[in-house]
Design a protein around this ligand. Structure first.
Ligand code: UFG
Length: 331
């Protein structure tokens, strides 16, 4: 039996494929390579290039391969872009998931692990955020992820496809060996931007606002190491295979760090100056996002081991400094 990873050439998906292969799973990858990188796909995975909105393409993969579970990372994930282009997000994320579920129902595949987000909560009433708190997304991106969760909920009721939805907080870091890492084009995430500045590829980093209601005025986020995050997917796979019920879990560190603290830690780790300037607030940024991940720990037995901001930045730095052009100029 194989695990089908949709979006297995992307940042988080590629780390998942590596861990699955290392754990002895047979892995099939689907990726459109629109944002993913062919070089990030583990050589032992069977790769199909294509779009999840193409039902005939999905049908052909489910027919050819023997798949017992799907891990679904294939989505557009930029909050800002989603505000500019909401229909692109509804089409790729929501419609794409609808087509995927249709193909799974037809192929009688009963398990799906889904990549969701803290953006489903919107501006939280309080932190740490637990899974039972209200969901009021403030961007089309967060809204599409919430709708995707609902699609799975109703598909389960009708067709018994069990799901685990994992709501990620801020994912960063890279594989310890630096074989794979983060390479978005254009880059918008904090940790890679800090490290590109450390490498001299940017003159400075702009801090998006220092007038938030936090101790140093900059936004606070909860950073989780990509390898720990992926570990939770493997545990969720085991949980579903053993008959676990459909469920939703937050994945974070239960700790918050400000943008200024992240830059300061990166200065310590890299020994570089990393010039920073204060800019305007970025639209839609909540001031503080911190997860409670107690449920993932107690139900799935999740035990993050590399999640400290220092380790996250160290592993990301090893990747960026050994791959200054990411997966290459053409990418
Ligand atoms: N930031 C800066 N300067 C930059 C980039 C980011 O100050 O150049 C700040 C942001 O304002 C924010 C923090 O750094 O306060 C983290 O920003 P990221 O863009 O790295 O991450 P976000 O918190 O915006 O987004 C992350 C994921 C999204 C997900 C979201 C959920 O990247 O996919 O969490 O809230 F939707």
């Amino acid at each position: 039996m194989s695990v089908l990873v949709l979006g297995g050439a992307g940042y988080i998906g590629s780390h998942a494929v590596y861990q699955l292969v290392e754990q002895g799973e047979e892995v099939v990858v689907i990726d459109s390579l629109e944002t993913g990188h062919r070089e990030a796909i583990h050589p032992k995975a069977t790769f199909y290039e294509g779009d999840i909105r193409e039902i005939d393409f999905l049908r052909s993969v489910f027919k050819k391969e023997t798949i017992d579970a799907v891990i679904h990372f294939a989505a557009n994930s930029l909050v800002g872009e989603s505000v500019e282009k909401p229909l692109k997000y509804f089409d790729n994320n929501v419609y794409g998931t609808q087509v995927l579920l249709q193909a799974m129902v037809e192929a009688d595949v009963k398990h799906i692990i889904f990549s969701s987000t803290a953006a489903t909560y919107g501006e939280p009433e309080s932190v740490p955020i637990t899974e039972t708190m209200p969901t009021n997304p403030t961007s089309p991106y967060g809204e599409t992820k919430l709708i995707m969760e609902k699609l799975m909920k109703w598909t389960e009721q009708a067709h018994d496809v069990k799901f685990v939805s994992l709501r990620y907080f801020n994912v960063a870091g890279a594989k310890e060996t630096s074989e794979i890492g983060e390479d978005h084009r254009p880059e918008s995430h904090l940790v890679p931007i800090i490290l590109q500045t450390a490498l001299g590829q940017r003159s400075h980093i702009t801090i998006f606002g220092d007038d938030y209601d936090t101790e140093d005025g900059t936004c606070i986020r909860d950073y989780v190491h990509v390898e720990d995050l992926v570990q939770a997917h493997l545990l969720a796979l085991d949980y579903l295979r053993k008959g676990g019920k459909s469920n939703i879990f937050n994945l974070g560190s239960n700790e918050g760090f400000s943008v200024k603290e992240m830059i300061e830690t990166a200065r310590e780790v890299t020994g570089k100056e990393i010039p920073a300037q204060i800019g305007k607030r970025r639209a839609g940024d909540p001031s503080v996002l911190i997860a409670s991940s107690d449920k993932a720990k107690s139900v799935l037995g999740w035990n993050p081991t590399r999640t400290s901001v220092k380790q996250i930045i160290q592993d990301a730095w090893n990747w960026h400094s050994s791959h200054p052009d990411g997966y290459g100029k053409e990418g």
